[in-house]
Design a protein around this ligand. Structure first.
Ligand code: AMP
Length: 185
């Protein structure tokens, strides 16, 4: 089983759900930058204040803030299997995270892409509002544009490195989970 992985996918692809399942059923520690940023906002830290506007507009929080956030969290992982959820999201973040992992005697073993076509993403976005401040149709559409512009080049780079495992995310969560597990075994 791969022990350092990242989950990638467009907004609404179910990354968070699959990350929780990896945690609850396979013992992964999940490092979700989205969750850490939401926590930073609700506790009112400097980082939370700096990130809020970007999040509410559906834009990416600047790389230096994300890299500092991951650097702070990665030291606590010891040897446990870890699933990065929603990070890296840019080529620059990927470079920095490779370096951080190396410093902790780890390396990325797999990048699992939970693939959902745009029309399904838009359908989910308009049907399922989760009550987050960035969960409006306009913001979600911006997040989808940002995903294509910033994160898809990263998907190609993981593919070139032989790390990419593609999973059909347009299925029910149990079937997606089965494919994720198969992709990691
Ligand atoms: P998520 O819960 O992963 O969809 O993240 C929600 C929001 O947090 C995103 O729309 C971004 O504004 C911000 N965010 C989370 N992870 C990252 C990241 N790796 N790089 C930049 N921004 C991020």
């Amino acid at each position: 089983m791969d022990s350092t992985i990242t989950l990638l996918g467009p907004p609404g692809s179910g990354k968070g759900t699959q990350a929780e399942r990896l945690r609850d059923r396979l013992g992964f520690t999940v490092l979700s930058t989205g969750d850490l940023l939401r926590k930073a906002r609700s506790t009112g830290t400097d980082l939370g204040r700096q990130a809020a506007g970007y999040m509410d507009r559906g834009e990416l929080v600047p790389d230096d803030l994300i890299i500092a956030l991951v650097a702070g969290a990665i030291g606590d992982l010891d040897g446990r299997p870890v699933a990065l959820d929603g990070v890296p999201r840019t080529v620059e973040q990927a470079r920095a995270i490779d370096e951080l992992l190396r410093e902790h005697s780890r390396m990325l073993n797999a990048a699992v892409l939970i693939d959902v076509p745009d029309d399904e993403v838009v359908r989910r976005i308009t049907e399922r509002r989760q009550g987050r401040t960035d969960d409006t149709p306009a913001t979600a559409r911006e997040r989808l544009r940002v995903y294509h512009r910033e994160t898809e080049p990263l998907v190609r780079s993981f593919e070139e490195r032989g790390l990419l495992r593609r999973v059909d995310g347009a299925q029910d969560p149990d079937s997606v989970e089965d494919e994720v597990r198969a992709a990691l075994s």
